[in-house]
Ligand binder design. Sequence first.
Ligand code: GUN
Ligand code: ZN
Length: 405
Amino acid sequence: MRQAYLSRIITYYNGELRDFKNHYLVVENGRIVGLTNKEQENFVDYSNYIILPGFVDAHTHLAQIDARAKWCPDLIEWLERYIFPAEMRFKDEKYARDAAKRFFKELAKNGTTTAAVFSSPFKNATDIAFQEASKMGLRVIIGQVMMDMNVPEELKISVEKAERDTRELAEKWHGYNDMLYYAVTPRFAVSCSMKLMKTLANIAKEKNLYIQTHISEQEREIEEVLKLNPKFKNYAQVYKHAGLLGPKTILAHGVHLNNEELKIIKEEDASIAHCPSSNFFLHSGIMSMDSMKRYGLQIGFGSDIAAGPYFSMLEVARDASYSNPISPEEAFYYTTLGGAKSLGFDKITGSLEPNKSADFVVLSLENFDDLDTRELLSSLIYLGDDRNIVATYVKGKEVYKKEKI
Ligand code: GUN
Ligand code: ZN
């Protein structure tokens, strides 16, 4: 089925930012055929709106949807007081399904078409998360959160069960419909033994899975990690030793990484998920995008629900441009193509170019005809949120439509 969408279309294209006014985005069987100003027969008229590539959230937590905005400036205390009890609820499959439905609906409603997601510590709840992501039609990487120490008993898993659960979930879901992927997900080095981390790293290598974890978010966390792993000089070395660093690894935060660690991460070709809203909320510090760029690291933006209060990647991009002096064009890059690249999806999504998946978002903005490209992106980043999202498409399929536009 061929379908065109008439709009103002802004996207990275052949490596450059382009602003196609009055163009048709032509889609066939879920793929982009091209962008053209030649009149098309069968088209949806979005000429009063703007089309952008679907947004990419490189780090978020499904199991924390109901634990947002719980103030506490210490990460470990916040986890213990609010997050572990919130994740405990996912033992209940009815709640797990309801929460997963709401979570993926929020992603679609906010224009996020691709995401890397931490589930809860439970296999069944993680299976349910995959089912609901699939029903919603989003492109997602999901992983069961694994922990075997320093957390309440009910959230702990043995290394043997962690291996069994991982194999089962990965066999069922990794690569499903080219839309769903599995990530081994050791929470962080405070709650994972070296044995658990090594075991998960080995399965990831064997089955070519993603790896997602947290690194160097707060100082007390770093001290704890080095106390638990006294043979190592820094946090990155702990993960390197475990085998957790590689081209399919997504490391959330990295606020306090030193140059030696940045070098290790570059050598291992792992990506950083920068989560500015979360870093502000938990007072974790300001991550320097300049140092990351100096070392040539892949960067994506993450909402990091629930430490980050917002689902909207426009709001996350806003916080990113408050924490680091990046231009609207650059913020837009990390929200779309850069984010896709950080997850290894840049050949498939992140920009509106021929042969890519038709993953796009339709936005409203008052009087945008008068704005040049930079002004338009700046307005969306500094003023935008879910209220600007009119419709969201993944693989050419509408996954969200605002009721009254
Ligand atoms: N570090 C370990 N677990 C978490 C989490 O759930 N959220 C955040 N922000 N940091 C973490
Ligand atoms: Zn996180």
